[in-house]
Design a binder for this molecule. Structure first.
Ligand code: ACO
Length: 361
């Protein structure tokens, strides 16, 4: 038995390869740092869908724009009570209203859903009306426009694209595994995506970047980093944005996102202060983790610079997990289709350690 299935291989995939020893992530033959910053999300989704949806057009931009417009009809079900819930819970509830299916039309609606529902949830929670999608815009530009109802620069759309592409797939992570387990029962793509989203929500997976901002805000100054982090570890807390099940070195996505933060800051003329502060906190955290856990290499993971990038784009920390889902959903869908195409029902076994058999009273 392997606690947490560590080291267990449970699928063959052509979608992505995570090399934890070398700190490399390859998505369908491309290193993540080559894709991020050069590829729009629509292109990355096509790369993942290729061969899994025979009717997918070579350019997904137009059909994805139409899907955003179609899925906006579901926003009518968003009442004030739902919008006041955690944004992931509200978005998940809207997503659960979509019918199950295994075809491209269902898949496109599911990619569009987090992108359209999240801005709507944020706006209704703030007492404002949701903004309808503009199918002519790129996916990333439209997400930012629906969120803030203000013009979006090319640099901002490119930064969000870099993020969405960076996180679009990542081997058999917890949410992708959950999506594949559900796909293996042939429940349908919506059910798979709901399973993935529910797994992503937890702070040990996709729920970490919001708490990274809380941590940076609580630390406040570079001088306070070491004492604050020492106290957190002494309490038994985990430092958000550090550590990974697979990577024993730095997560390559951290550097791809840090580069995107820098590019965005130079395009907008933003002061580099926040990034420099975050780097100081990161260095302090890495030193302290080395001292406290000398036997367990713990390095920066994707969530640390996710937090910085999404914050620089003006997105609220409460929405960060939803934005993660906007990117990862293409990976969940491709994995679900891959599982359907060749996989058997996923059904591991457990070791019984309960009481001996006894006679029922
Ligand atoms: N801060 C402090 N200690 C840590 C951290 C951390 N961030 N991560 C791991 N450790 C410690 C554990 O407490 C444990 O110590 P112990 O053996 O003395 O109990 C040891 O390192 C090994 O930890 P595990 O829990 O076995 O590692 P696992 O592979 O299960 O966990 C995880 C990986 C969940 C990402 C973990 O590193 C963590 O909790 N990190 C913080 C949350 C986070 O950043 N999540 C986002 C991950 S990236 C993603 O999913 C997109």
């Amino acid at each position: 038995m392997s606690e947490g299935l560590e080291g267990v291989i449970a699928a063959r995939t052509v979608l992505s390869d995570v090399d934890g020893a070398q700190g490399r992530l390859v998505i369908r033959g491309y290193a993540v740092e080559d894709l991020a910053g050069r590829t729009r999300y629509e292109e990355a989704a096509h790369l993942l869908f290729d061969g899994f949806f025979d009717d997918a057009p070579s350019d997904l931009a137009a059909v994805l724009g139409e899907a955003r417009a179609r899925v906006f009809a579901e926003v009518g079900a968003l009442d004030d009570g739902l919008a006041r819930r955690d944004p992931v819970e509200a978005m998940r509830a809207l997503l659960a209203r979509l019918p199950d299916g295994d075809d491209l039309r269902t898949a496109l609606l599911l990619i569009a859903a987090p992108a359209v529902f999240t801005p709507a949830v944020l706006r209704v929670a703030a007492g404002e009306a949701p903004i309808a999608p503009d199918p002519a815009l790129s996916h990333a530009a439209d997400i930012l426009r629906m969120t803030r109802d203000a013009p979006v620069t090319d640099a901002e759309a490119a930064a969000l694209d870099a993020y969405l592409v960076t996180v679009c797939d990542h081997g058999l992570n917890a949410s992708t595994f959950a999506a594949r387990v559900v796909a293996s029962t042939r429940a349908g793509l919506t059910s798979s995506v709901l399973a993935g989203l529910s797994a992503l929500k937890g702070p040990l997976h996709g729920g970490a970047p919001g708490p990274v901002i809380d941590m940076l805000d609580a630390i406040g100054t570079p001088e306070n980093a070491r004492p604050w982090l020492e106290r957190a570890l002494a309490r038994g807390d985990r430092l958000m944005g550090f550590g990974h099940r697979i990577y024993r070195v730095r997560d390559p996505r951290a550097d791809a996102l840090k580069a995107a933060v820098r590019t965005l800051a130079s395009a907008t003329g933003a002061a580099p202060g926040r990034l420099a502060f975050a780097e100081a906190v990161e260095q302090a955290a890495l030193e302290i983790l080395r001292e406290h856990k000398p036997d367990r290499p713990l390095d920066t993971n994707v969530e640390f610079y996710t937090a910085l990038l999404l914050e620089a784009l003006g997105l609220p920390p409460a929405s960060f997990t939803c934005v993660f889902a906007m990117g990862r959903v293409a990976g969940w869908l491709a994995h679900a289709r891959e599982q359907l195409a060749g996989g058997r029902l996923i059904r591991p076994q457990s070791v019984y350690v309960g009481p001996e058999v006894r006679v029922a009273a």
